[in-house]
Design a protein around this ligand. Structure first.
Ligand code: NDP
Length: 331
């Protein structure tokens, strides 16, 4: 079977592609340029004969994926801007996130009769209510939706605009299913911060994806104190990738939305792990208050993904250790 993975050059997509290749699937990836295609080929060089790449320069065009989807049996849609420093929210975030989602679903419906399941990488950002802050005592479930959309009168900043782009992109997917009644089913996955080993092509630390850069800043001396929390849950990228495979292969995941998370964490815990495991990084990793208990904040109910997709999640220590080991090769 051939699985189409959009945004193949990305941090999570690299692990998703690896998971499908290891399971014996053929993978076709979409990238924006020949240069990224070369990077993706390098990442998966041991599977050269099972991986092909298609250049889709602009997914905001409704027919963008018409060629890429032909002959595939399943699709995982990951391409979406994940930047927390946009200034033109409409063009940098909202349009590509929402139009990209509509474009992939439209092309599949028109040209890919064999596709039964489309897995869409949404985000905890489409679940969390950013107006409620740390929300101690509250437990988020799949029934929650971020109420702040791209068209809210809410005064967006770069973070809330990113969250809104994911919220409306996921909503666009559910709206597509409801209005178009396609022959395929969709499954949406909502991971919080995704950390783990970087296996995609990254030339310099400045080119790291947003969530890997979130750890890199804790080892490169740029943070003098332990930073405040932004979100209170994480998932290992290898577990997130496995969840994509399970979402594709599990018939009962049709039409389902899943929170995909290991557990809660704090930057203090991450710094404690780094300082214990990598003594050479002690001078460039903030010390803060080692061992400080986790402050009370919202939790994520992840029973659905555990029970229905059979997921198990790596503990923070393993994730942080493997992330830092891979980041050190960039230094
Ligand atoms: P990356 O930045 O590494 O990957 C993003 C991918 O999307 C890249 O392949 C990128 O292509 C592509 N992309 C970005 N903007 C566009 C655009 N305008 N048109 C076409 N392609 C585009 O980030 P992640 O791997 O972390 O993100 C992958 C997905 O996971 C995204 O949908 C993100 O929202 C979601 N996600 C990520 C989380 C995390 O913590 N990492 C948490 C929750 C969800 P190119 O290489 O050409 O820039």
């Amino acid at each position: 079977a051939i699985i189409l993975v959009t945004g193949a050059s990305g941090f999570i997509a690299s692990h998703v592609i690896r998971a499908f290749l290891q399971k014996g699937y053929n993978v076709r990836g979409t990238v924006r340029s020949e240069k990224s295609a070369a990077g993706v080929r390098k990442t998966h060089s041991q599977y050269a004969e099972k991986l092909s790449l298609v250049v889709v320069p602009d997914m905001t065009v409704l027919t963008a994926f018409d060629e890429a989807v032909q002959g595939v049996d399943g699709v995982v849609h990951l391409a979406s801007p994940f930047i927390m420093n946009a200034t033109d929210f409409e063009n940098e975030l909202f349009v590509p996130a929402i139009q990209g989602t509509n474009a992939i679903l439209t092309s599949i419906q028109k040209h890919s009769p064999n596709v039964t399941r489309v897995v869409i990488t949404s985000s905890f950002g489409a679940v969390v209510d950013p107006t409620k802050g740390d929300r101690p005592g509250y437990t988020y479930t799949e029934a929650d939706w971020n109420p702040i959309t791209t068209t809210s009168t809410f005064p967006h900043n770069a973070v809330t605009a990113y969250l809104a782009s994911k919220t409306c992109a996921e909503q666009a997917a559910w709206d597509f299913v409801e209005s178009q009644k396609p022959s395929f089913s969709i499954t949406t996955l909502c991971p919080p911060l995704v950390y783990g080993p970087v296996i995609h092509a990254v030339e310099t630390p400045a080119g790291l994806n947003t969530s890997s850069a979130d750890i890199y800043r804790l080892i490169n001396g740029s943070e003098k104190t332990v930073p405040p929390m932004a979100f209170w849950a994480f998932v290992d990228v290898r577990d997130a990738a496995h969840a994509h495979l399970r979402a594709f292969e599990t018939p009962e995941a049709a039409g389902q939305r899943y929170l995909v998370s290991g557990s809660s964490y704090t930057y203090q815990q991450i710094c404690d792990i780094i300082r214990a495991k990598f003594p050479a990084l002690r001078d460039s990793t903030p010390e803060g208050a080692p061992g400080e208990p986790i402050p009370s904040a919202y939790k994520l109910d992840t029973r659905k993904v555990v029970n229905e997709l059979g997921m198990k999640f790596r503990p923070l220590e393993e994730t942080v250790t493997d992330t830092v080991m891979s980041l050190l090769t960039l230094k």
